[in-house]
Design a protein around this ligand. Structure first.
Ligand SMILES: [Zn+2]
Length: 99
């Protein structure tokens, strides 16, 4: 994995929570911290809830990415679960991005 974060410009390391927006790859923490500064007061609670959900999703994703197995059936299962949680995380990321 060789992605850089477009906010802090550092390389995203294995095990770090990150997501993708229209601007590219970004650390979860950088993304949320920046958004918190720019989002209107009345949307802060909504942002807080969304960031909690995304945090749980990315924690789950990072855990799944860390599962190693040589079993073909297990690899297929993991591939599908990873793709599903990436899709869900992408949806929440988009809502946050557009706040
Ligand atoms: Zn960053």
């Amino acid at each position: 994995m060789e992605y850089g974060c477009y906010i802090c410009n550092k390389l995203i390391k294995t095990g770090e929570k990150f997501t993708f927006t229209k601007d590219g790859s970004v650390h979860f923490d950088c993304f949320i911290a920046t958004k918190r500064k720019n989002v209107h007061e009345e949307k802060q609670e909504y942002l807080r809830t969304l960031s909690l959900i995304l945090d749980y999703q990315l924690t789950y994703l990072v855990a799944l990415l860390g599962v190693k197995t040589d079993d073909k059936e297990s690899q297929e299962l993991l591939r599908k679960r990873i793709s599903s949680i990436e899709k869900e995380g992408g949806e929440i990321t988009n809502i946050i991005y557009n706040l």
